[in-house]
Design a binder for this molecule. Structure first.
Ligand SMILES: [Zn+2]
Ligand SMILES: [Zn+2]
Length: 345
């Protein structure tokens, strides 16, 4: 069968690999329909890893955002049958370690996360014709377009970000960065009860998509450089914020516009050399800074929101390519002109 295999940076191939087989009675074999290219996939392609900690050391099937049709189930699988459409949760925790016992599944010491080079041997991803996953990684859905279903994973991250802000009912929320996660965070904040959501970016096109997904106000902080200063008046104008750029400068701006004792959900991951250099506002305003790493329990609510049409992610989809054109798809994904790019099988 075919898969999209990254051998080294800038060396992505659509090639034959062995078809995976069920090796546990709780496993499910899924024929993949569609998958989204995530920022981490792009880092693997462009840099051969993420920072110094995660390095691609052997060929890896990329991809962790996707859905498919069940082809085969193990003897102990319950409630999932061949023919069902499933959305895949990329995380497969061990359910046995200290963190799993404390329901902190994202920090499982033996985590197997689809398409991740953070462990060695790497866990192969889902940009393949077929994958084998544990039944807890499958959520059956009905009548959902594959291109919508493939947004469940990034929406799960967005839900985790909003979740980490605590009660946002009636709050005035800022979102820094209108990449896919930023836009979905804005939509999630509105869906979960924020009064007003303002999205900042330096590009007009994604800001208009943010508006389509429910942002009350969008600010281009490049063409409107005074905006941050205005929102910083009186020690800040926002109750809380989601920082979805992973850029140190934007993170410092976020600290400036949030009121004292407000919470910032750090959804963007800082690359090496991109950390904020000045934390005076952080300490001087008693801010709470909450890092957001992946998600686990938010998977169900994220799928529900898509299934019920509470959030329509399709305006984020810039392009979709057949998996055989995965290099083209990746080149499109890394372009600053696109939002989310998917591949389909
Ligand atoms: Zn992702
Ligand atoms: Zn564990």
């Amino acid at each position: 069968m075919k898969a999209c295999v990254l051998h080294a940076k800038h060396d992505l191939r659509y090639e034959d690999i062995a078809e995976p087989q069920l090796s546990d009675p709780q496993e499910v074999k899924v024929k993949i329909l569609a998958g989204g290219i995530c920022g981490s996939d792009q880092h693997y392609y462009l840099d051969g890893g993420i920072g110094s900690a995660i390095v691609v050391r052997e060929p890896i099937v990329i991809g962790h955002e996707g859905c498919g049709i069940v082809e085969e189930v193990g003897s102990a699988v319950d409630g999932i049958k061949p023919g069902d459409m499933v959305i895949l949760r990329p995380a497969r925790p061990c359910f046995n370690c200290y963190y799993c016992e404390h329901h902190m599944y994202s920090y499982c010491e033996h985590m197997r996360h689809l398409g991740s080079a953070s462990t060695f041997p790497h866990v192969q991803g889902l940009f393949a014709e077929k994958v084998v996953v544990h039944q807890v990684q499958c959520r059956v859905v009905h009548d959902m377009k594959p291109e919508v279903a493939a947004f469940a994973e990034p929406l799960g991250v967005a839900f985790n970000g909003v979740h980490s802000l605590g009660d946002i009912m009636g709050k005035n929320v800022a979102v820094m960065g209108a990449g896919p996660i930023g836009i979905l965070s804005a939509a999630a904040a509105k869906t979960l009860g924020a009064d007003r959501v303002t999205v900042f970016d330096i590009r007009d096109n994604p800001l208009s998509i943010a508006q389509e997904l429910g942002a009350d106000e969008v600010i281009n902080s490049k063409t409107n450089p005074d905006a941050i200063k205005e929102f910083s008046a009186h020690r800040g104008q926002f109750d809380c914020a989601l920082e979805a750029t992973g850029n140190g400068f934007a993170a410092m701006q976020t600290m400036a516009i949030v009121r004292p004792e407000g919470t910032i959900a750090q959804v963007g991951m800082f690359g090496t050399g991109h950390q904020p250099t000045d934390l005076a506002a952080f300490s001087g305003k008693g801010l709470r800074w909450h890092a957001v790493f992946r998600f686990y329990t938010e998977f169900g609510p994220a799928v529900n929101a898509l299934e019920r049409g509470l959030i329509n992610p399709l305006p984020l989809l810039s392009a979709s390519f057949p998996a055989s054109e995965c290099v083209k798809a990746m080149e499109a994904a890394v372009s600053p002109e696109t939002c989310k790019v998917q591949v389909h099988f």
